[in-house]
Design a protein around this ligand. Structure first.
Ligand code: NG1
Ligand code: ZN
Length: 532
């Protein structure tokens, strides 16, 4: 039964007296040394959340994704494998900032009362973590909270973030007619690899894909998955797989490095014609790249993945004779202007723009029959609505030509992680499409040419004064600043720029794009000066 005294008495005290915790777009994230107290509170919150949802399994993932090795973080996963419901983020923040047992007890009471929680409902919480050296200690702190709160807990060990999301969804749908998969790591590999094999059946395998795993959890997991797949259908070479040497995680490698610096990791030598991709530290993001004929670096980011996926799926539904199913794409303001233009004017699919943060993209994508969502940085997936899934599964081919597209659509619904962006699943999706089209990266890249773009981080004294509207594309505060930005932007061909406070770092981000590299850099620099 629920013992509030135990929760109060076993509290882990704040590591730093005046540290202010915030549950942001990626949960709690900071230097690892202040997170022990937070883990304890997160355990309490996960327990209450499970009780509130009639004992459904809640997930806890310990990771700081692409951030430096000395950072860590934690986020909660709701029963269908989605991010924690937004209304509960406030409770997370309140709990994390409770400094003593009494205050903690009061916040717990408040959550129970506001949500009419029956505390006698048994709670189930599962958790997993990435390769960071701080994880074992933080796991212990989490466990002490789960024990105090009396939750039934399962430690799933080292996992990628999307695997934990997958496990939560499986556990909550197990035995129902909405079953998602077998709730094990092996179940995850089997589901993805058999779907991939079905999607590329009869097609010639592509050349080896070189995968930079950011010296993170993606490396051992990808290696494990490859045991389930024949080298006749997929060939990968795993790079940056050192998860034991201190200091290597995300350092000069990984998806964030490649996207931000727009260059190949220094320890990767790239040859014309070779195919590369990079995961981030918890394997929920991926970007692809190659060297063009003239040797120049070419990035295929989240926007390019979205375009590739949307075009392919739209084609399949048409060929399968079920074009009642409509494909839509969700982007953020960071999407390259050329990609938005391509989707709207060439593919002629509806495009929505939402605020940064996966939960915003995910929820918008749910409004479409098939909702493709990707952040430019390579985080994203494709969601099939329940109705679209039913239609796809219930449709019988009327002509022989409709057979293959139908089989492939079904394979894609199994291949694509329906809970969250997943580097491994997205990698297989891209490979499946390119295998079907027998396209090189160069051919994929031809869809459109990115406008030169620049993302600048500006450290300011208080980032919270920057308030935005219109999916973060315009500032409302500080007053007058947006007018100054607009006046600058007007001077550049195809210019676009916007400013917003980061949700994960103590900084303001300036984005700029324009017709040429020189104009882009100039615009980014001038806007950054306005902000500073
Ligand atoms: P912030 O720090 O709020 O810009 C960053 C990324 C997001 C998202 C989150 C969560 C950019 C510009 N921003 O958010 O897209 O991935 O981290 O990890 O890439
Ligand atoms: Zn990540």
């Amino acid at each position: 039964s629920f013992d509030k005294e135990a929760i109060k008495n076993n509290i882990i005290f704040h590591e730093k007296e005046d540290f202010k915790y915030t549950y942001g777009t990626a949960g709690f994230r900071s230097k690892a040394d202040v997170l022990g107290s937070v883990m304890y509170k997160v355990a309490v919150l996960a327990t209450l959340r499970s009780k509130k949802l009639c004992g459904a399994t809640i997930g806890v993932m310990i990771t700081a994704s692409h951030n430096p090795e000395e950072d860590n973080g934690v986020k909660l996963v709701d029963p269908r494998g989605e991010m924690l419901e937004q209304a509960w983020e406030v409770y997370a923040t309140k709990l994390a900032n409770a400094k003593d047992g009494e205050t903690l007890g009061q916040v717990v009471d408040e959550i129970i009362a506001q949500n009419k929680i029956d505390v006698e409902t048994p709670a189930k919480v599962i958790y997993a973590y990435d390769t960071r050296p701080s994880c074992p200690h933080l796991v212990k702190c989490l466990e002490s909270g789960l024990k105090a709160a009396g939750a039934k807990e399962t430690n799933f060990g080292l996992k990628t973030t999307p695997m934990l999301h997958y496990l939560v969804r499986c556990l909550n749908t197990d035995g129902t007619n909405d079953a998602y998969g077998e709730p094990t790591e092996e179940g995850y590999y089997k589901k993805l690899t058999s779907a991939f094999s079905s999607a590329v059946k009869g097609k010639t395998r592509l050349s080896t894909l070189h995968v930079d795993c950011a010296n993170g959890v993606g490396a051992p997991k990808l290696r494990e998955m490859m045991k389930y797949i024949s080298s006749d259908v997929l060939s990968v070479e795993i790079l940056n797989d050192d998860i034991t040497t201190l200091g290597k995680l995300n350092s000069n490698c990984g998806a964030d490095y490649v996207k931000t610096n727009q260059r190949v990791p220094p320890n990767v030598s790239i040859a014309v014609g070779d195919r590369y991709c990079s995961f981030d530290g918890d394997a929920d993001r991926i970007v692809f790249y190659y060297a063009a004929e003239n040797g120049s670096f070419r990035l295929l980011d989240g926007d390019k993945i979205a375009g590739l996926a949307a075009a392919f799926i739209a084609e399949l539904v048409k060929e399968a004779g079920i074009d009642s199913i409509k494909v839509g794409v969700v982007q953020t303001a960071y999407a390259n202007g050329s990609s938005t233009n391509y989707l709207t004017n060439n593919l002629k699919v509806p495009v929505s723009c939402v605020s940064t943060g996966v939960k915003h993209l995910h929820h918008e994508a749910e409004k479409y029959d098939v909702g493709v969502y990707f952040e430019a940085n390579g985080h994203g997936t494709v969601l099939f609505s329940p109705a679209a899934l039913n239609t796809i599964k219930a449709t019988e081919a009327k002509t022989p030509a409709q057979k293959l597209p139908l089989t492939q659509l079904i394979a894609l619904t199994e291949l694509i992680n329906q809970t969250v962006g997943d580097a491994i699943s997205d990698m297989l999706l891209v490979e499946a499409i390119l295998t079907n089209r027998q396209w090189s990266f160069g051919e994929w890249d031809q869809a459109y040419t990115d406008l030169p773009n620049r993302l600048v981080k500006v450290v300011v004294s208080d980032r919270h004064i920057f308030k935005t509207t219109n999916a973060e594309r315009q500032l409302v505060e500080p007053a007058g600043l947006q007018n100054e930005i607009d006046a600058l932007v007007a001077k550049y061909t195809n210019g676009r720029s916007f400013v917003r406070a980061s949700g994960t770092e103590d900084a303001v981000r300036v984005y700029a794009e324009a017709a040429t590299r020189a104009e882009t850099d100039d615009l980014a620099f001038k806007v950054a000066q306005l902000v500073y």
